[in-house]
Design a protein around this ligand. Structure first.
Ligand code: FES
Length: 422
C-alpha cells in the first residue's frame, strides 16, 4: 500500500506525475477508488425486455448488466465460477442464459448456475446454489443513468452525487420523458492514464481556446471569428466535495450546438422547468465528470466512460443520448453533431486525446518526476456564488481538479470495505 499524501498537494495545487505512471498506485486505485465508488454501467434505454444485456467494465473487472425476469436491472461479474472465462463475450444482445463457452456452465438472468455438463462427475457436496455469478450488490439509477458499486454498504447514489445532480439535470431532465440512446457506442483506445481525461472534464475549460483553436475556426461561419460564447471567460465551475466537477460558460442567449437542435429547443419551457441559472449556465455548453470516471458534454449529448487499462492506457466508451421527445430528424442532427465534434474522429476529441497522450508520454521520465505539475489556477477562489448550488469557482480554474484529487487521495489512503477485517 502506498501513502499518496506526498503525491497530491491540493492545498498548494501541486501534483506528482507518479499518479499517472506508478503501477502500485494503479493497482491500489482498483482496490480503493474503483471497488468502493459508484461506477457508471449503462443507460436504461439499453434494456427494454428481460434478457437484454450489455457487457462493460468496473475498473478492470468485466461485468454483465442485464434485465432479469422481473424486469429488474442487475449486474454480475462476467467471470465464470468454474475457471474464470467470461460467460458473455458479446457487447450487447438479448438472451435467456449466459453460457460459458469454455466448458458449458450456464447461468440464468438471476445469476444462478442452472446447467453443468457432466454434473454427475461432481461429488454430492457440489451445490450449484453456491456457484452462481458474483453479483454487483448495489445497482441504482439516476435519470436514466445506471450506476453500480461493489461496496456492500454504500452511500446511496443520489446522496453521493449531492449537488452534482442539479448540474446533471441540465442534460438529463428537459422534460418528463427523459433521454434515450441513439446510434451505437463508440469505443477507442488512448495512450494516457484515465485520470487525465476525467480531471479535464471536471475542471479544465482553460485548454479550450488553445487546444481547440483550429476546431473553433473550422466551426466559425466563413469570415467570422470563432464562436464568442466558447472563448468567453464568463462562467462558473462546480467544485464537488465528492470529486465531481462541472464547468460551463454563462450565456443568456445561445447554446453552442447544431443549429437544428438549437432551433427545435423550447428554451422558455426549459427555463420554467430548470430555472434561468441552469439554462444560462450548465445547459449552454460545458463539460463534467462524475467521480471517478464518468463524464459528459450536455450540448453534444455525449456521455462517456474512461475505462482504465493499465497506468498509461484508457479505453473510451461514448454514447450519444438525446431527449426522448426529439423527433427523428432532430435526433439525427444531434447524433451527427456529436460525432463531428466529440466522436472518435471528432474535431474536438482529437485535440484532447493528443494532449493526454502527450502528458502521459512525458510523465515517465526521471527528471520529469522531480518537478510537480501545476494545479494552482483559482487557488483559494472557491465559494458559494448564490446562483449555482454547492461550491463554485471561476470558469478558468483548477478548483474542481484539486477537489477531484483530494477525494482520490482520501480514498487511496483509506482502507476500503474489503480491507476492514483484513
Ligand atoms: Fe466456464 Fe469452465 S470456465 S465452464
Amino acid at each position: 500500500t502506498v501513502d499518496v499524501s506526498g503525491l497530491v498537494d491540493t492545498e498548494g495545487g501541486l501534483l506528482d506525475r507518479a499518479v499517472f505512471t506508478d503501477e502500485t498506485v494503479y493497482r491500489q486505485e482498483m482496490r480503493r477508488v474503483f471497488a468502493p465508488s459508484w461506477l457508471f454501467l449503462a443507460h436504461t434505454d439499453q434494456f427494454h425486455r428481460p434478457g437484454d444485456f450489455f457487457t462493460t467494465w468496473m475498473g478492470e473487472d468485466p461485468v454483465i448488466v442485464t434485465m432479469d425476469r422481473n424486469r429488474r436491472i442487475r449486474a454480475y461479474l462476467n467471470s465464470c465460477r468454474h475457471r474464470g472465462a467470461r460467460v458473455c463475450r458479446a457487447d450487447f444482445g438479448t438472451t435467456r442464459n449466459f453460457t460459458c463457452t469454455y466448458h458449458g456452465w450456464s447461468f440464468n438472468l438471476e445469476g444462478g448456475l442452472v446447467s453443468v455438463p457432466n454434473r454427475e462427475g461432481y461429488p454430492d457436496s457440489f451445490d450449484t446454489g453456491q456457484w452462481g455469478l458474483v453479483e454487483v450488490p448495489h445497482v441504482e439509477t439516476y435519470r436514466g443513468l445506471i450506476f453500480g458499486t461493489w461496496n456492500p454498504a454504500p452511500v446511496p447514489l443520489r446522496e453521493s452525487l449531492g449537488d452534482m445532480a442539479w448540474y446533471m439535470d441540465a442534460m438529463l431532465d428537459h422534460d418528463e420523458k427523459g433521454t434515450v440512446v441513439v446510434g451505437g457506442i463508440h469505443k477507442w483506445m488512448l495512450e494516457g492514464n484515465w485520470k487525465l481525461a476525467a480531471e479535464q472534464f471536471a475542471t479544465d475549460w482553460y485548454h479550450v481556446n488553445m487546444s481547440h483553436a483550429s476546431a473553433l475556426m473550422v466551426l466559425a461561419p466563413a469570415g467570422k471569428k470563432p464562436k464568442q460564447e466558447i472563448v468567453h471567460r464568463a462562467g462558473r465551475q462546480y467544485v464537488g466535495a465528492n470529486g465531481h466537477g462541472a464547468g460551463f460558460p454563462v450565456h443568456p442567449k445561445n447554446r453552442f450546438d447544431d443549429g437544428t437542435v438549437h432551433e427545435w429547443t423550447d428554451y422558455d419551457a426549459l427555463r420554467e422547468r430548470l430555472g434561468d441559472a441552469r439554462v444560462e449556465g450548465p445547459l449552454t455548453n460545458g463539460h463534467a465528470t462524475v467521480f471517478p470516471n464518468f463524464s459528459y458534454l450536455p450540448v453534444n449529448g455525449s456521455i462517456r466512460i474512461w475505462h482504465p487499462k493499465g497506468p498509461d492506457r484508457m479505453e473510451v466508451w461514448a454514447w450519444t443520448i438525446v431527449d426522448a421527445s426529439m423527433p427523428e430528424e432532430i435526433r439525427e442532427a444531434q447524433r451527427l453533431y456529436n460525432l463531428r465534434t466529440f466522436g472518435p474522429s471528432g474535431v474536438f476529441e482529437q485535440d484532447d486525446g493528443e494532449n493526454w497522450s502527450e502528458v502521459q508520454g512525458t510523465a515517465g521520465g526521471f527528471m520529469a518526476n522531480r518537478v510537480a505539475l501545476n494545479y494552482q489556477m483559482g487557488l483559494g477562489g472557491e465559494r458559494e456564488d448564490g446562483r449555482h448550488p454547492g461550491t463554485t469557482s471561476e470558469l478558468y480554474s483548477d478548483a474542481a481538479g484539486r477537489s477531484f484529487y483530494a477525494h482520490w487521495r482520501t480514498l487511496m489512503n483509506t482502507p476500503a470495505w474489503h480491507e476492514e477485517h483484513a
